[in-house]
Structures are given as structure tokens and as C-alpha cells.
Design a protein around this ligand. Structure first.
Ligand code: GAP
Length: 445
């Protein structure tokens, strides 16, 4: 049964359960009862997350002449966050229910009734709560030693703008891309990995000449949407949602969200922002270092405008999982299947002997060992073949190779397709090429 979002009913609960059962995502510190809004990626989850990160990096850095990569520290000079406006303005309005003492983000609660205890009219006045995690650098815990865990990766890019420009052969327009952890002490995290306190961002700041910024903003908006579609996400569950003038962040001239139709409704998982020269100007002002660009042929000087593409890695992984999850009836039995794009699938191929006899396990082990160098390969010898297939369906493995009696006689194996359930017979010594065509062919772009 599906809901009006087109997803199966109770999808979020089903995803949480599948993620734990198959080793995608676990609650952090679960043996201690868990810690709020932090998640750990298990054996399949880390592969999926790496694959999404790698797809982004290939698209944004390796395939482009005009983007460089960066990996900046999580801890930065505290003045960075004064210059960026985060110390003063990175706040959410916090209210507390005087009856049950639960805290909420005022803009996440409708009316004056507490969503937890149901009592009305007991909220405190909203007070601004800064979302940055604070810690101390060095042995003395006083205010001069206070530093923050970065709440976004973008600032690491701005403060390295000069370094990258001076050490690479880039000229404006060009970009700097980075993937890394960010931390926010969210008041109301939730919806599994959608809003957490520790997460990864995939951000790119593209530096352009003022006056060309609007064109670049539109170019990046379209490119980013195309990339998401190239991961196999259903187009009718994606939309671009521009920010109205009163929704714009303090630094933004224009902003648009790429939204996905999650089980809880349309929500953002990536933003494209025209940040003007706000950040570089502020860092120039606060650091006293020149951050302007000098055009070599004309001698023209300007502080570049920045078009930012800012995606949450964890949130993109959640989009990928939610979009891939499917349930169907096959010959009277229900099956759960993750229809992951082969490029993103944690395991590309599983290899099974049909039964544990007559040379089948040995042949399957040899094939698995051969494939392992090229693809993430799973090898399983026990249990009914049907159960082994179902397990791989839930893991999103696109192909299962089975060694049967005929394999021993004529050197062929069957290849089962996760989505169509079709099985084709292929020569065992050609299996690697066969899979390459199907995996890399489908991976396409
Ligand atoms: N540098 C701009 C910036 O950080 P943002 O809209 O605050 O913009 C960008 O964050 C992306 O980071 C979001 O679209 C989302 O995917 C991800 N993100 C932000 N807060 C998050 C949280 N608490 N948990 C998970 N992902 C988050």
C-alpha cells in the first residue's frame, strides 16, 4: 500500500528498521541507550555513503578543469565565526513547555499547544539559541581558548581562497570544493538522519566576477539538479524551490533549494546560493588580509562573488535510500528491494553456489575471489538460495551470480538481475566483462 507521496506506508520506520537489520545505519552509542541525533554507518552504509561522496567529487572536481579540491580542519580560528556572522546570528528561536519541560524550535511548533504533553499556553518566550558547538583548545578552559566545531564547511574554503588561488593555475571564474563534517546543536533534530547534530556536507564555492553572478547561479542550479537525477532519483519527487525575499539568509542575494518528496513531505537536501562578496569581504575586513582578485590581463581588481552549492551528504544518502525502497509481490510472496543505482550500490555482485556440494562452493569461491579486485563482492554459501537472494535485494545488490550443476558441466553461471528478476546464463570466465558492461553501462554518466 502506498501513501499520497507515492512511498510505501510507514516508510521512515521501515527504513530505520532495514538500515539496522542490513547494517546501513545504527544509532550512535546504542549499547548505552544511544546519543541524540548522531548516527553511525555500518558496513553497507559506509560503502553507500562513500559511493555518493565519490560520485559528487567526480562530478564536481575530477570532471571539471575549473574546480579544485580542499580538505580544511574542523577547528578554525574563532574570529572566522565572528566574521561569518555565525557568532551573532546562527541561532534558532528556542521555547520551552513549562509543564513538561520539553524544548522546541518556535518555528517548528504550530499554535500554543505542546506537541509532547498537549498542554496549551505554557510556552516560554522564544530566546535565541546559538547552534554552534563550543569547546576549548589547549589545557585552559577559559573564554580566550574557546573554539567552535564548524557548523558549515564553506568557511574553510573562504579562508583558503588566497592559498588555492596562489598555488594553482586557476583564474576567476573557478571553484573550490570540499566534503567534511559539520556540527549543529539542533534543538529539534529528527526524521532519522534528516536533521542530526553531526553530519557531512559536500560544498562548492564558485568565485565569479560581479555582474556574471546571476548567470552562474542559474547554471549551477540546473547542473546540480541534473546530477541528482543522474543518481537515479525519480524526477517527479524532485523540485527546485526558490527562497522568497523574506526567507533569504543574511548573506544571500538569491537562493534555491533542491527538495525531495520525503515520506514527511517536501524537504530541502541541497541549496544553491548567490552569496555575493559577503564572506570574502568580511574575512578581508576581520583578518586585515587582502582577498581581492586581480585580473592579470587588465589589472582590474575586485572581490569575487560566490555561487555556493551546498548539499548534505547524509541527507542525500537518505534521499537515495527513500527513493530506492520498494515492496512488491513476487509469485505470491512479498519482497523488499532497494533499487539503488548500480553505481551507488554498496555491493555490486553476490556470488552463490546453488548447494554446498559437487564442486559448486569451490567454483563460486574462485569466481568471488576474481571479482573482488574489481567490484565490491559478497560471497555466501549457506541457507536457501531464495533467502540469499532476498537478503541481497534488501541490500540493493544489483546482480547475483549463481553456480549450479550445469556450471560444473559447461562452465556457465547464471546472473540474476535485482530489478527484473531475469536470469541469464553467461560463461564463467566472461563474467567480469559481462558485469562491467551492465554496471558501468547503467552507471553511464
Ligand atoms: N554553507 C551553507 C549551508 O550550510 P544550509 O542550508 O544550512 O547551508 C546545507 O546547509 C545542507 O546541509 C542542507 O541542505 C542539508 O542537506 C545539510 N544539513 C544542514 N543541517 C543539517 C542537519 N542538522 N542534519 C543533516 N544535514 C544538514
Amino acid at each position: 500500500m502506498s501513501t499520497d507521496t507515492g512511498h510505501p506506508e510507514n516508510l521512515m520506520e521501515k527504513l530505520v528498521s532495514l538500515a539496522k537489520r542490513r547494517g546501513f545505519i545504527f544509532q550512535s552509542s546504542e549499547v548505552y541507550g544511544g546519543v541524540g541525533a548522531v548516527y553511525d554507518y555500518g558496513p553497507l552504509g559506509v560503502e553507500l555513503k562513500n559511493n555518493v561522496r565519490e560520485a559528487w567529487w567526480t562530478e564536481m572536481v575530477h570532471r571539471r578543469e575549473d574546480v579544485e579540491g580542499l580538505d580544511a580542519g574542523i577547528l578554525m580560528h574563532p574570529e572566522v565565526w565572528v566574521a561569518s556572522g555565525h557568532v551573532e546570528g546562527f541561532t534558532d528561536p528556542l521555547i520551552e513547555c513549562r509543564n513538561c519541560h520539553r524544548r522546541f524550535r518556535a518555528d517548528h511548533v504550530e499554535g500554543d499547544q505542546c506537541p509532547t504533553c498537549g498542554v496549551s499556553g505554557q510556552f516560554t518566550e522564544p530566546r535565541n539559541f546559538n547552534l554552534m558547538f563550543k569547546t576549548f583548545m589547549g589545557p585552559v578552559e577559559d573564554s580566550t581558548a574557546a573554539v567552535y566545531l564548524r557548523p558549515e564547511t564553506a568557511q574553510g574554503i573562504y579562508v583558503n581562497f588566497r592559498n588555492v588561488l596562489d598555488s594553482s593555475r586557476q583564474k576567476v571564474p573557478f571553484g573550490i570544493a570540499q566534503v567534511g563534517k559539520a556540527f549543529r546543536n539542533e534543538i529539534t533534530p529528527g526524521n532519522f538522519t534528516f536533521r542530526t547534530r553531526e553530519f557531512e556536507q559536500m560544498e562548492m564555492q564558485f568565485f565569479v566576477e560581479p555582474g556574471t553572478d546571476e548567470e552562474w547561479y542559474h547554471t549551477w542550479k540546473e547542473r546540480r539538479l541534473e546530477w541528482v537525477k543522474s543518481l537515479g532519483i525519480r524526477a517527479d519527487r524532485l523540485r527546485l524551490e526558490p527562497h522568497g525575499p523574506d526567507e533569504l539568509a543574511h548573506y544571500a542575494k538569491d537562493a534555491v533549494d533542491i527538495e525531495y518528496l520525503f515520506p514527511m513531505g517536501w524537504r530541502e537536501f541541497e541549496g544553491i546560493h548567490n552569496r555575493t562578496d559577503f564572506d570574502l569581504s568580511r574575512h578581508q575586513e576581520h583578518s586585515g588580509k587582502k582577498l581581492e582578485y586581480v585580473e592579470s590581463h587588465s589589472g582590474k581588481r575586485f572581490i569575487p562573488y560566490v555561487i555556493e552549492t551546498s548539499a548534505g551528504l547524509d541527507r542525500t544518502v537518505l534521499v537515495v535510500l527513500a527513493d530506492a525502497y520498494d515492496e512488491e509481490e513476487v509469485e505470491g510472496e512479498s519482497r523488499t528491494v532497494l533499487r539503488l543505482h548500480p553505481r551507488l550500490a554498496p555491493t555490486k555482485v553476490a556470488v552463490f553456489p546453488l548447494v554446498k556440494k559437487e564442486g559448486m562452493p569451490e567454483m563460486a569461491a574462485r569466481i568471488a575471489a576474481d571479482l573482488r579486485g574489481r567490484y565490491t563482492t559478497f560471497h555466501d554459501v549457506s541457507g536457501s538460495i531464495g533467502r540469499r537472494y532476498r537478503r541481497q535485494d534488501e541490500a540493493g545488490t544489483p546482480f547475483c551470480v549463481t553456480v549450479d550443476g550445469q556450471s560444473i558441466a559447461d562452465g556457465t553461471v547464471t546472473v540474476r538481475d535485482r530489478d527484473t528478476l531475469e536470469q541469464v546464463r553467461v560463461a564463467a570466465d566472461g563474467i567480469s566483462d559481462h558485469l562491467r558492461e551492465r554496471i558501468e553501462g547503467e552507471a553511464g554518466s
